[in-house]
Design a protein around this ligand. Structure first.
Ligand SMILES: Cc1cc2nc3c(=O)[nH]c(=O)nc-3n(C[C@H](O)[C@H](O)[C@H](O)COP(=O)(O)O)c2cc1C
Length: 223
């Protein structure tokens, strides 16, 4: 499976089989997390076979079943921490999809206080990503019309359309899709969060999807 296929096949899954993650997969994920931590300055931590985080009432309300594996997105407090967690966390989500796992971003419906985290000074937990072998593969979310997700003079270039299409497939909190891509001139793109809960995490996620769809060589980000 390539990464575009992973984007197309990924859906949030909240019910997991009662099955341990294969050791070689745990190892591959540890390596990927170590590489991402090095690159991003984050302190992402993985927990397997740890049922406490999803035992709370909130998790029950969130309809999680057998959620015992998760990745905690942690980093030093900074203005762009949420966005960086979104961007690098989604890299892990797509990696897991390619490894045959299913995932769900979780910012609210878990027991934050029960996670056996190792926090350094100035660090905070942003949210987690639950993962495992899904009971199902999940279902596609509803999409806003593509035109609501971008601003650009028509006709838009194909690479820009591909970027927005991949962003539309991204997970966002409560599927709010509160983001907007603006094409400036021929190859400058501005990405904005347009409000809502956890929208800076969403922004990081959709920017990764946009890059993968559009091809980094075709454009540059501007503020
Ligand atoms: C930042 C963020 C936070 C989320 N928090 C929760 C959560 O607390 N509980 C939950 O069940 N789902 C949560 N989700 C999953 C979204 O509801 C889901 O991604 C969205 O409905 C789109 O569906 P899809 O992921 O299947 O495409 C979260 C997603 C994101 C991106």
């Amino acid at each position: 499976m390539d990464i575009i296929q992973a984007i197309q096949e990924r859906h949030s899954v909240r019910s997991y089989q009662d099955k341990k993650i294969a050791p070689e997969i745990v190892e591959a994920l540890q390596e990927k997390i170590a590489a991402i931590n090095q690159l991003s300055g984050l302190n992402i931590q993985m927990f397997t076979d740890e049922p406490q985080a999803f035992k709370s009432l909130l998790a029950h309300y969130g309809k999680f079943r057998n959620a015992k594996n998760y990745i905690a997105l942690v980093g030093e407090k900074s203005e762009d921490l949420d966005e960086r967690c979104g961007y690098y966390g989604e890299k892990l989500v797509l990696t897991m999809q390619m490894l045959g796992l299913n995932t769900c971003w979780v910012a609210l419906t878990f027991a934050k206080g029960k996670i056996p985290l190792k926090l350094q000074a100035k660090e905070k937990l942003v949210c987690v990503i639950a993962f495992g072998y899904g009971e199902t593969k999940g279902i596609a979310h509803k999409n806003k019309p593509l035109e609501k997700l971008y601003k650009a003079a028509e006709p838009i270039p194909q690479w820009f359309r591909n970027g927005v299409e991949m962003a539309a497939l991204a997970p966002t909190a409560v599927n709010q899709q509160k983001f907007l891509f603006t094409l400036i001139g021929d190859r400058q793109v501005k990405a904005e969060a347009t409000g809502g809960f956890y929208s800076q995490i969403d922004l990081g996620i959709v920017k990764l999807h946009f890059e993968l769809g559009a091809g980094k060589e075709n454009f540059e980000w501007v503020d």
